[in-house]
Design a protein around this ligand. Structure first.
Ligand SMILES: Nc1ncnc2c1ncn2[C@@H]1O[C@H](COP(=O)(O)OP(=O)(O)OP(=O)(O)O)[C@@H](O)[C@H]1O
Ligand SMILES: Cc1ncc(C[n+]2csc(CCOP(=O)(O)O)c2C)c(N)n1
Ligand SMILES: [Mg+2]
Ligand SMILES: [Mg+2]
Ligand SMILES: [Mg+2]
Length: 310
């Protein structure tokens, strides 16, 4: 049978590539030992106008976001930023002033994250495509991987999730739209987590559920609790008015760029006063990924997340 890429989806396609590069460690970013005591952290994420840029997003915000999505994978590794490369393709009828706005956004973000622009490429395409590459450094074998946790570790996130998911459905000046248009990568938080004994981390791009499955490993399970996830009455009300299920938005959309991380109860003390975060559950050995709803009912979480080609 001739499978199409849409039959298998983004994750399977990436797996095909990664499985063919057995000597490289691929996590949120790749890890390459480069000297006796340092490892290079490298990552690339591409933004396509029709897939990633809501209609109400400014050119400046597009540029800023192209840096954020890449720095976010450095954050997920706890890496210190080294440099950013920008490859950009634009339609030929775009105004020069609009192109300059995109670049202003890129440069502002580079300054914000303290990562210099060190190269790239400029080309023509039918829609705006911005592909970034971020490089970072870590001391050898200190990078925060996705799978370092043990049973009993707490499952945490660095902030509120689901705001962007709701924002993609709105066009106003709410905190939801702001998050959808101007999310910020948790770079300093990632470094603090690495330095204080977090056992794993990943950034939430495809949705909490998808990332829980992304960090899952054999013979472990996870339980999260609805009542530990901050969900305001306003959030529930707006979701309902748009005919959207609020838990679906929280669990299965993504693009908040918060960090999902695990840490032992003991080390939780170390980070308590150093960053904002919430504990949403714990690692167990159930072999299942589940949520305890406010009603007390325990449900399996579907792995559904944002998946290109699907
Ligand atoms: N076409 C590719 N060639 C080489 N490596 C790739 C390719 N696509 C992805 N990777 C690598 O595979 C790993 C996982 O990539 P993936 O894009 O799934 O992760 P992510 O960036 O954390 O997620 P998202 O793209 O949803 O932000 C990363 O280290 C990434 O650099
Ligand atoms: C116009 C528009 N429609 C929908 C969305 C939502 N969206 C797009 S990609 C993605 C997940 C991460 O993708 P990737 O795997 O490429 O990092 C999400 C949640 C958006 N940002 N803009
Ligand atoms: Mg990632
Ligand atoms: Mg990626
Ligand atoms: Mg990414």
């Amino acid at each position: 049978m001739d499978l199409k890429v849409s039959d298998i989806g983004e994750k399977e396609l990436v797996k095909y590539i990664v499985d063919n590069c057995k000597d490289i460690v691929f996590d949120d970013a790749a890890i390459t030992p480069i000297s006796q005591n340092k490892e290079l952290i490298s990552t690339s994420d591409m933004l396509i106008q029709s897939k990633h840029f809501p209609k109400n997003m400014s050119y400046f915000q597009m540029g800023f976001k192209a840096v954020t999505v890449n720095v976010s994978d450095l954050a997920a590794m706890g890496a210190k930023p080294l440099g950013f490369l920008l490859s950009i393709a634009i339609p030929k009828d775009i105004l020069v002033s609009d192109f300059k706005q995109i670049i202003e956004g890129v440069l502002k973000a580079c300054k914000f994250y303290n990562i210099p622009l060190i190269g790239g490429d400029t080309n023509e395409a039918d829609e705006i495509i911005i592909s970034g590459t971020a490089l970072g450094l870590n001391d050898k074998e200190t990078s925060l991987r996705k799978d370092g946790y043990s049973k009993g570790d707490l499952i945490c996130i660095t902030g509120e999730i689901g705001l962007a998911a709701l924002g993609f459905n709105l066009d106003d000046d709410s905190i939801y739209v702001k998050k959808a248009l101007e999310a910020v990568a948790k770079l300093n938080e990632g470094i603090i987590l690495k330095e204080n004994g977090a056992t794993s981390a990943t950034d939430i791009t495809d949705g909490l559920a998808s990332e829980l499955y992304e960090i899952s490993k054999d013979s472990y399970g996870m339980m999260i609790y609805e009542d530990k996830i901050p969900i305001s009455e306003e959030y529930k009300r707006i979701s309902k008015s748009l005919n959207l299920n609020y838990l679906d938005l929280i669990l299965h959309v993504g693009e908040d760029f918060e960090l999902l991380f695990t840490i032992s109860e003991e080390n939780l003390e170390l980070i308590k006063d150093k960053l904002d975060f919430i504990v949403i559950g714990e690692i167990n050995d159930s072999g299942k990924i589940e949520i305890t709803l406010n009603s007390g009912k325990v449900c399996g979480i579907s792995s559904k997340g944002y998946n290109h080609f699907k």
